[in-house]
Design a protein around this ligand. Structure first.
Ligand code: C5P
Length: 232
């Protein structure tokens, strides 16, 4: 199974993201394009970055009725992305529809992963506002099982949950984990964080790293450090 560092390219526009990627002369990091950049620049920015040779995780977190998600996914599959995602809260019917829409006529498809509970949601809010009576961990594990049973490839979770997800869903089930910081760096707004090395020990398959790379004085060196710590 391939492990990799995915750079969260949380930039507001084309010029910023391309200037950033130009620093990586020779290397072609796996990048994540989120809502900010996608809504600002549209699908063309995905095509442009793909044409430069990068793998792309399109992080749009779809969550709607199954038919709408299926049709949206059949549009996204034409972008030649490598990974995309939905909210597991849309239930297994929506996840199965997403998978159907994403699968190309020749049977190939990008990796499809599910967001379980956002890492910004506390257990207290989940229980009080969403009326979910279980613990946060049990909810994440149950959503992961739903995703697996719907045929998805994995989930987004905290590295701290990666090991128990592997126990529940099997080691082939992918864990894609944000919330990564170097041991000597600030946490920003992330709460449940680990270092790249710890994420590797805990069984993450892909770490998603944004500001520790994008805001570093030397982003290429920060990326190389992540690769070295995470991939060994
Ligand atoms: O800058 P930082 O390393 O915190 O960026 C993490 C990235 O992962 C951001 O793009 C954020 O939106 C995303 N993410 C997250 N937690 C989730 C899902 C996605 O931090 N549960």
């Amino acid at each position: 199974m391939s492990k990799d560092v995915i750079i969260a390219c949380d930039f507001s526009g084309r010029e910023e993201v391309l200037n950033f990627l130009d620093k990586f002369s020779g290397r072609k990091p796996f990048v994540k394009i989120g809502m900010e950049l996608f809504y600002a620049e549209g699908p063309q920015i995905v095509r442009e970055i793909k044409a430069r040779g990068h793998k792309i995780f399109l992080d749009l977190k779809l969550h709607d009725i199954p038919n709408t998600v299926k049709k949206a996914m059949s549009v996204l599959r034409e972008l030649d992305i490598d990974m995309c995602n939905v909210h597991a809260a849309g239930t297994s019917v929506m996840m199965s529809a997403a998978l159907e829409g994403l699968t190309r006529p020749d049977g190939t498809k990008p990796l499809l992963i599910a967001v379980t509970q956002l890492t910004s949601t506390s257990e207290e809010r989940m229980q009080k506002e969403l009326l979910i009576g279980q613990t946060l961990e049990e909810t994440v594990l149950h959503y992961a099982e739903n995703a697996k049973n719907s045929g998805l490839d994995g989930i987004v979770c905290s590295p701290l949950e990666a090991a128990s997800v592997k126990v529940r869903c099997g080691k082939e089930f992918l864990t894609v984990t944000p919330g990564v910081r170097f041991a000597d760096a600030k946490a920003d707004d992330q709460v449940r964080i680990t270092t790249p090395m710890k994420a590797r020990e805990l069984g993450s398959d892909y770490i998603v790293v944004g500001r520790p790379i994008t805001e570093a004085s030397d982003p290429v060196a920060a990326y190389e450090r992540c690769i070295k710590e995470f991939m060994g």
